[in-house]
Ligand binder design. Structure first.
Ligand SMILES: NC(=O)c1ccc[n+]([C@@H]2O[C@H](COP(=O)([O-])OP(=O)(O)OC[C@H]3O[C@@H](n4cnc5c(N)ncnc54)[C@H](OP(=O)(O)O)[C@@H]3O)[C@@H](O)[C@H]2O)c1
Length: 195
């Protein structure tokens, strides 16, 4: 079935991650200082206020993440506020390990999106990690890719697109260069935008 075919839903799945210039989304030691802002380095770039960020984040209805990303988020400090979060995992999780806004899901990912999420949420953000993003892409479940490119080469680490994805064209929708040297690239799925 083609992407979105037979699904009158208005839901949209956005894959969003921060990548290094050389395509890594995590270092081997899991440290995240490479994502720190280097300050104002690109005068022609845009800067966004805290209020604009808050408004933007408020529009996200639900986050979906893999269990390793979940565990890392717990270690780093919860970045998802009170927005509902679905953690994909085949493991059993003790109830005490879960926040109120978190639910765990195990099973078919298309069912997750079309049956469990689409009736409840419109703006669904898939925020990592590499394993789960690749699986969503393989299954044609991503409508938009938003890559934020950090101005750094890492040399090694976890590749976002390290799996066996097949060739697929995406439409460039937007490019935003930020004053701190980060660049956000937004693409929509070819089949979705040509419908
Ligand atoms: N730079 C960024 O923007 C960014 C964003 C997100 C994450 N990260 C980093 O990426 C790393 C984690 O990524 P990762 O690729 O190692 O792991 P991940 O995708 O976060 O999680 C992988 C786990 O998700 C579960 N899973 C994935 N696909 C599944 C499926 N089809 N069915 C059932 N369960 C499934 C499995 O959990 P179980 O083993 O529990 O069954 C699997 O072990 C961390 O270092 C994190 O900090 C970076």
């Amino acid at each position: 079935m083609a992407r979105n075919e037979g699904n009158a839903k208005k839901r949209s799945v956005t894959l969003h991650v921060v990548s290094s210039l050389d395509g890594f989304i995590a270092k081997k030691d899991n440290s995240v200082s490479w994502m720190d802002s280097p300050g104002s380095v690109y005068e022609a770039g845009v800067s966004i206020s805290e209020e604009e960020i808050a408004t933007f984040i408020k529009a996200i209805d639900c986050y979906v993440l893999g269990s390793r990303t979940y565990e890392h988020a717990l270690e780093l400090g919860w970045p998802y506020g009170d927005t509902p979060v679905v953690v994909v995992s085949g493991r059993e999780w003790p109830p005490a390990s879960s926040r109120k806004t978190v639910e765990f899901y195990s099973g078919d990912l298309k069912t997750l999106v079309d049956v469990k999420l689409a009736p409840r949420y419109r703006n669904i953000w898939l925020v990592g990690g590499a394993m789960l993003c690749q699986r969503f892409l393989e299954l044609g479940l991503v409508d938009e890719i938003r890559l934020t490119i950090a101005p750094v080469l890492l040399g090694e680490g976890l590749r976002l697109f390290g799996g066996l994805l097949k060739e697929e064209r995406w439409n460039l929708k937007n490019v935003v260069a930020y004053r701190n040297g980060f660049v956000e690239l937004s693409y929509s799925a070819f089949s979705t935008s040509t419908c």
